[in-house]
Ligand binder design. Structure first.
Ligand code: PMP
Length: 387
């Protein structure tokens, strides 16, 4: 061999147990992990097709939609973002991106790579957009598509969407929503709210490992995709073929790519757990856990970045880093001492906040109490480290 076998690979793999209380991924339940650990099956085997069909039903339930074109893209949340933009936009099309944190910036970057013209509307870090602001921007820019994030995990801000679909359609604009960090933690009604494209991630409230991105397109968006003048720029995201592989239109199921059977099994179980608990209850549980967290953080004398409670995302809470601590000491202590992940900020909030996630399997009062205890101790440690 020209290159010899790496010595490091001769050691067994060791994975520590960690409690993931950051903005995602969250821990998967033992039931999901068991499903993921089953034998690998072929992507054209009937058992995998069956699980894919069941996933489609589960995705329609969590997005509250009857959309035909509903499936899970192979890839993390970014894959959902790429798939929405690359399918709905053609070279020269205009997209309006509502930027409330890092995700809007990413979407604008992607759209430009597909040759679209991306216009931006911005809000302050701790605030969401009003419908009037968005309508004004749509009126001015006349975009083909509005891209907006329901729950910005980089800031902890929640964006209400009710009424936005009507506004967009009045101006002949499609509405695309990122629900990666919010789905299952707050209500979401794709059909009722007239949303044309939506995606999420498998690794947050849905409680399965990262690697699949549930996605759904309205009939209006589906028509736009099928009537494109040019093919979707990336074969891997092309919904006209992926939709067939996922049996959305007919029973052809051509081979598009090798779907990971084990991620399919995991997502199937993650969705089944939500269906068994009931989506209303899942949302209520996340909201109650967030309330418990806010109360505990208040008792610790900590300030939240998003002051107005109705603008807070229950799944990701952003806590202002007190002036007398180094945030890295706090995060490092929590991980070293308790194997608990608490995250620092991201994008506009780097160095300014801690981010605590309460998602899926980790959205329980016990986990809230644990993260509060760990944070309290970690803050004490960081303060003593300074003196
Ligand atoms: N959008 C939002 C709101 C997110 O929180 C994330 C991930 N934290 C993403 C998109 C990207 O997802 P992924 O890391 O799974 O690609």
């Amino acid at each position: 061999m020209d290159v010899s076998a790496p010595v490091i690979l001769k050691h067994p793999l060791v994975i520590p147990h960690r409690i993931l209380m950051g903005p995602g991924p969250s821990n998967s339940s033992p039931r999901v992990l068991h499903a993921v650990g089953q034998t690998v099956l072929g992507h054209m085997h009937p058992e995998v097709f069956q699980a894919m069909d069941e996933i489609k039903e589960g995705i329609r339930y969590v997005f509250q939609t009857n959309n035909e074109l509903t499936l899970a893209v192979s890839g993390a949340g970014h894959a959902g973002m790429e798939a929405v933009l690359s399918n709905l936009l053609e070279r020269g099309d205009k997209v309006l991106v509502a930027i409330s944190g890092i995700w809007g910036n990413r979407a604008a970057d992607m759209a430009r790579r597909y040759g679209a013209v991306a216009k931006e509307i911005l809000t302050e870090t701790e605030n969401n957009f009003s419908l009037a602001q968005l309508e004004h921007a749509i009126q001015k820019e006349k975009p083909k598509l509005l891209f907006i994030v329901q729950g910005d995990s980089s800031t902890g801000v929640y964006q209400p969407l009710e009424g936005l679909g009507d506004i967009c359609h009045r101006y002949n604009c499609l509405l695309a929503v990122d629900t990666v960090a919010s789905l299952g933690g707050v209500p979401f009604y794709a059909d009722r709210w007239k949303i044309d494209a939506v995606y999420t991630g498998s690794q947050k409230v849905l409680g399965s490992p990262p690697g699949l991105s549930p996605i759904s397109f309205s009939p209006r968006a589906q028509k736009v995709i099928f009537e494109r003048k040019t093919p979707v720029a990336v074969f891997y995201w092309d919904m006209t073929i992926l939709g067939q592989q996922w049996n959305c239109f007919n029973n052809v199921r051509p081979y598009h790519h090798t779907v990971c059977s084990n991620l399919i099994f995991g997502l199937r179980e993650g969705l089944a757990i939500i269906a068994e608990e009931g989506l209303e209850h899942v949302i209520k549980r996340h909201q109650e856990c967030a309330q418990r967290l806010y109360k505990g953080l208040g008792s610790l004398g900590l300030e939240l970045l998003v002051e107005e409670e109705h603008k807070r995302l229950p799944t990701v809470t952003t806590i202002v880093v007190p002036k007398d601590v180094d945030w890295k000491e706090v995060v490092g202590y929590a991980m070293r001492t308790y194997s608990v992940e608490i995250s620092g900020g991201l994008g506009p909030t780097v160095g300014k906040v801690f981010r605590i996630g309460l998602m899926g399997y980790n959205a329980t009062p016990e986990r809230v109490d644990l993260v509060l205890k760990v944070l309290k101790e970690a803050l004490e440690y960081a303060r003593s480290a300074r003196t």
